[in-house]
Design a binder for this molecule. Structure first.
Ligand code: ADP
Ligand code: ZN
Ligand code: ZN
Length: 701
């Protein structure tokens, strides 16, 4: 009997909380033949946790003395889940990059992006799962293999689509394809290009990853892919799946059985051994940015992954993010344009309704202006549908007493509690606290407290009153809380059971409503004066997208209209919108960003701090700033002083932020790597500080 080879030092990525200061994989003792990418059980402190065997340090590189435990003190690796093929080298490079770029530990990120259920399995349970999957997959896989990638039933491409597809295929044939920005109006046939590019990848025996911004949009796209690629193995990956489904779908991707993987931002980390194409639909959408933990941008990581795997990345949008647009202008991304709507449908005429010219009469509400009501009535008479868009849910943003000036403030936040009439509650949209509406003013007893302003609930009520007989429906976060309710409400709109649909940005995105001929934005001006420099960009894309809902049916396109009520009709944003001129809008915005030294011409990081007192949050950031100034690497960076966040207090937590601006990404990264360890140390010393976090490339400021 030969002796077992001596165990060796192996590095294992484990989910150590970031504040522990452990950033790299930890050393354990394991068998010689343990392959990187294998899941193993290890002991961390006193807990048994899942870890992922990481790569050995390159030859000649060693950890500093004080971080390198002697072999005699290392703990042994536990059970290995080696029935699962190891996560690939490229997958580990993606995770390593994301962890380093967004300043998290490799282990935290690696474990966080795996399906949660996988972490709880032992080797035996995993084997049982795989066996069960094998049986279920065998039949499906046989069918998938036998199904030709070329579907019989697909439309002939327009000349413009053919040119776009040729461009994509030409890129795909390259050794290292650059990302492509597919710029095309809503209804210009972008999805058809995704489908054709996917088809080509499937023909090459490759897997395709398609990202969509929102969970609500996955069923639609899934249906379209499922219809086109009937018989192929398609799985979805998003947070709405049960843990068991998520594991099953993830395994199908990892084992190479799923040919198409559709998902939200977390799917960018799906393990796919034969990845051949990545599609990012609506690439400008803010939902691609993760808002807690590792605050990654799935769009940006998709681009990086394409570069790593040498596969084409197709970014699609009618209103690309200014970052992507600038990359296209500079030649880093290849731009592919679709300028015509399929079937020749025209874009809706944009009518900028000047609120200054509205007659001021008592009792005339400004939101539902008389001309707007007339326009809605016309649609009603013709049996057409309208969409009225207001980005504020609830009945009224605040209740108010005009005797003593009391307002329904949230006791825990620096914000008002929103009045919801349906269940007669006051609800805080920041901390979630909810209370009964008081009978009288809590401060002076005046029984006449009144709602101030307007949300979708009130708009719905006022529309129903002003247009008797009209079937008015509302879609927003409040009406769609129950599973399946959004689907059934959308179905009602499609069936023609609704004349006027009221909603928040939820309805502006993606839905293919055929009978809508009027889209009205009743109060969009707020974004023009926001302290967030990205607000105009978001407003423009939202309005373009909302407008795209109208006139998708070419026969009605000519009569379609987008109605924008504004006090600033001369504003450049609205002027570009009126001409459907994204290019002009982008160019004016980029000009402004350049002169203000903002992204994409500068690179930002934001440090946010929350504390039990103003002092705790502010003092932490002040100390952080001093530590930054003492670092030579901060030379040439702009360190803004700490300021309260836009909503300064949420759930009794005081919130401050501090912005860092750098001329180059690399410079920012070098600085953050040197600075963050100091923040971890400061956090331990700062009393009353509850949380802090760094956000690289923050979206909302
Ligand atoms: P987008 O993704 O840009 O909004 P879609 O790909 O959804 O556009 O196309 C809009 C509509 O036109 C869809 O109903 C689609 O089925 C249809 N369509 C797309 N390409 C063609 C084509 N070449 N011939 C006929 N219909 C098409
Ligand atoms: Zn009062
Ligand atoms: Zn609150």
């Amino acid at each position: 009997m030969s002796e077992a080879p001596a165990p060796r030092r192996v590095r294992v990525a484990v989910e150590a909380p970031q504040h522990s200061g452990l950033t790299g994989p930890l050393d354990y003792l394991g068998p010689q033949d343990l392959t990187p990418g294998t899941l193993v059980h290890v002991t961390l402190g006193r807990r048994d946790v899942m870890g992922l065997v990481w790569d050995d340090l390159p030859d000649g590189v060693e950890l500093p003395e004080d971080e390198r435990l002697p072999e005699s003190e290392l703990r042994p690796v536990g059970e290995a889940l080696d029935a699962l093929p190891p996560l690939s080298d490229r997958w580990r490079r993606l995770v390593e990059f994301a962890a380093s770029y967004y300043q998290r530990s490799v282990g935290e990120l690696a474990l966080a992006v795996l399906p949660p259920q996988l972490r709880d399995l032992d080797a035996k349970q995993l084997q049982a799962r795989l066996k069960k999957l094998d049986k279920a997959d065998a039949a499906a896989a046989a069918q998938a293999a036998a199904t030709p990638a070329t579907p019989a039933d697909r439309p002939a491409l327009t000349a413009q689509q053919q040119a776009a597809l040729d461009a994509v295929l030409e890129l795909a044939a390259r050794e290292a394809p650059p990302p492509a920005l597919l710029w095309g109006l809503t209804g210009s046939g972008k999805t058809e290009i995704y489908l054709r590019a996917a088809e080509a990848a499937l023909e090459r025996g490759q897997q395709v990853l398609v990202l969509v911004p929102e969970i609500n949009l996955t069923p639609q796209l899934e249906a379209r892919f499922a219809e086109r690629f009937a018989g192929h193995a398609i799985v979805s990956l998003h947070s709405g799946l049960t843990p068991a489904q998520r594991l099953r779908h993830w395994l199908a991707a990892h084992l190479g059985r799923a040919q198409l993987v559709l998902g939200t931002r977390l799917a960018v980390f799906a393990s796919m051994p034969r990845l051949g194409l990545i599609v990012v639909d609506e690439e400008h959408d803010p939902s691609y940015k993760q808002q807690d933990g590792a605050r990654y941008s799935a769009r940006d990581l998709a681009v990086y992954r394409g570069h790593l795997e040498k596969v084409p990345v197709l970014l699609g949008s009618a209103t690309p993010s200014l970052e992507s647009w600038q990359h296209a202008l500079g030649g880093r991304y290849r731009r592919i344009d679709l300028t015509e709507r399929i079937g020749g449908g025209a874009l809706p005429r944009v009518r900028l309704f000047d609120m200054n010219r509205l007659e001021r009469k008592k009792g005339v509400t400004t939101t539902l202006s008389v001309p707007l009501l007339d326009a809605l009535r016309k649609r009603l008479d013709r049996g057409e549908q309208s969409l009225v868009f207001l980005n504020r849910r609830g009945y009224a943003p605040v209740l108010h007493c005009d005797q003593c000036n009391w307002k329904s403030d949230c006791p825990h936040c620096s914000a008002h509690q929103v009045f919801h009439k349906e269940d007669r509650t006051l609800r805080c949209h920041h901390c979630g606290v909810s209370a009964r509406v008081p009978r009288a003013c809590p401060s002076c007893g005046n029984p006449d407290i009144a709602p101030l302003g307007r949300g979708t609930e009130r708009l719905e009520e006022q529309l129903a009153q002003a247009l008797p007989g009209a079937r008015v429906a509302r879609i927003d976060a409040d009406t769609t809380k129950l599973k399946g309710s959004l689907e059934s409400q959308l179905a009602a709109v499609h069936e023609g059971d609704v004349d006027i649909l009221v909603g928040t940005q939820m309805v502006a995105k993606g839905h293919d409503f055929r009978r809508i001929t009027l889209v009205a934005a009743v109060n969009p001006d707020g974004a023009l004066f926001s302290s967030d420099f990205r607000a105009p960009e978001r407003l423009f894309s939202l309005l373009m997208q909302a407008g795209g809902r109208a006139g998708r049916d070419a026969a009605q396109a000519a009569a379609s209209e987008m109605w924008v009520q504004t006090w600033y009709p001369e504003h450049a944003l609205y002027q570009s919108l009126q001409k459907h001129d994204y290019e002009a809008f982008a160019s004016s915005q980029l000009h402004e960003r350049m002169s203000a030294n903002l992204p994409p011409f500068a690179h930002l990081a934001l440090v946010r701090a929350e504390g039990r007192s103003v002092e705790a949050a502010r003092d932490f950031l002040t100390a952080a700033q001093e530590a930054a100034q003492a670092l030579p690497l901060s030379l040439g960076l702009l360190l803004y002083p700490p300021v309260p966040m836009a909503v300064a207090r949420i759930a009794d937590s005081e919130r401050f932020q501090m912005l860092i601006e750098a001329g180059s990404r690399a410079q920012l990264q070098r600085f953050l790597r040197a600075w963050l360890p100091e923040l971890h140390a400061l956090k331990r010393r700062q009393k009353g500080l509850t949380r802090w976090a760094v956000d690289v490339d923050p979206l909302a400021i």
